[in-house]
Design a protein around this ligand. Sequence first.
Ligand SMILES: Cc1cc2nc3c(=O)[nH]c(=O)nc-3n(C[C@H](O)[C@H](O)[C@H](O)COP(=O)(O)OP(=O)(O)OC[C@H]3O[C@@H](n4cnc5c(N)ncnc54)[C@H](O)[C@@H]3O)c2cc1C
Length: 389
Amino acid sequence: MKQILIIGGGPAGCMAAIACKKHNPTNTVILIEGNLRLGEKLRLTGGGRCNLTANVSAEEIIKHTPRNGRFLFSSLNNMDPHAIMRFFTERKLKLKEEDHQRIFPTSDKAEDVVNVLENELKQLGVQVQLSTLVSAIDAKKKQVKTNKGSFSFDHLIFATGGATYPQTGSNGQSFELLKQCGHTITPLQPSEVPLVSNASIIQAKELQGLSFKDVSMSAYVNDKKIIQVTHDLLFTHFGLSGPAALQTSSYLNDAFKDGNKVYVSIDFLPQVKREKLEAQLKSKLIEDVLQAYGIPKRLLQVLKTRASLDIISIKQFKLELHGTRGFTTAFVTNGGVSLKEIDPKTMRSKLVPWLSVCGEALDINSLTGGYNMTVAFSSGYTAGLMFEN
Ligand SMILES: Cc1cc2nc3c(=O)[nH]c(=O)nc-3n(C[C@H](O)[C@H](O)[C@H](O)COP(=O)(O)OP(=O)(O)OC[C@H]3O[C@@H](n4cnc5c(N)ncnc54)[C@H](O)[C@@H]3O)c2cc1C
């Protein structure tokens, strides 16, 4: 009988503990979480309703993982989005699909997702240690030190998350513990994060609060197109937020350096062809045409006073960007444990035989929309599953 410790009670750690105990019932499995309750960050996803996965193939998950997606082949083979959905529905949680294939509990309550995980942990006999913060690892004694004393281990799984939204407990401090174990941490950057613009139209707050459904937004660095995203967009007092901005930010991690010129071009009406608009403008006023398509009056007024209100300003609205809102508001961390040091089939460290790493602590980042949650669940499951007795 062996003692397996898992640090971190987010989706990766919970699933690692479940897989580990299920496949090795004679082992003692202890899940250690610094917070008072499990899944603090998970509870914030999908606007507090828990966007637990996306109803897409494993291939699509890899495509929506701008950093190191291909590392996930094996773990998605063990647990893909359909297996995640099955895991929850088999445990009586009803799920529903919303736009962009996003999956939520039908109840719209993130707590219901956590309850399923908690019940499963309890039924399997995983010991859950809440309010227990790991502060050091003694590699020689194979012990972790916490505010509630020391815990011995035969194997240790790090599921400690990234460095964003630090109030959720995943504040990046555990990367120091991983470094002390000998692992390389690639540079950490905020990702899936609102974008800042110093442009006068933003600074004047004239567009603040305007939101748009499914705009098409292309991002350029030094006039080279980097990515095009179609999703919802929100203008804020500092720049851009909403899924289109967050997803775009994942491709701009290195862009705001070295005086690069970064801008986006927004098509507010991607579903309407330019030629159609041109034909309609021959007989009607542009305001009437655009309002009929649902373009808000406020945007039209601002465009009219700021520049010229024409098809270009609606289909190629250009906005310069100057940075991101940083770690405190980023949904995901870009960077983490170097994947060169982790076996993708098992999530075991190639450097330290008694160590595995899963979830956002790895140098992987996906897009919001259930993709990061999928990475956490499937890499966590793999870390637990692949533990050898
Ligand atoms: C506001 C917000 C919205 C999001 N929306 C989405 C979305 O819609 N779709 C999506 O796919 N993703 C979304 N994400 C990202 C997603 O929540 C994370 O990628 C996912 O939770 C990562 O899971 P994890 O288990 O690896 O890490 P985490 O969920 O961060 O869990 C790590 C846990 O480890 C604990 N821990 C860390 N260090 C220690 C220690 N030393 N001792 C004890 N415990 C420790 C932490 O307290 C934490 O509970 C969102 C994130 C945020 C912040």
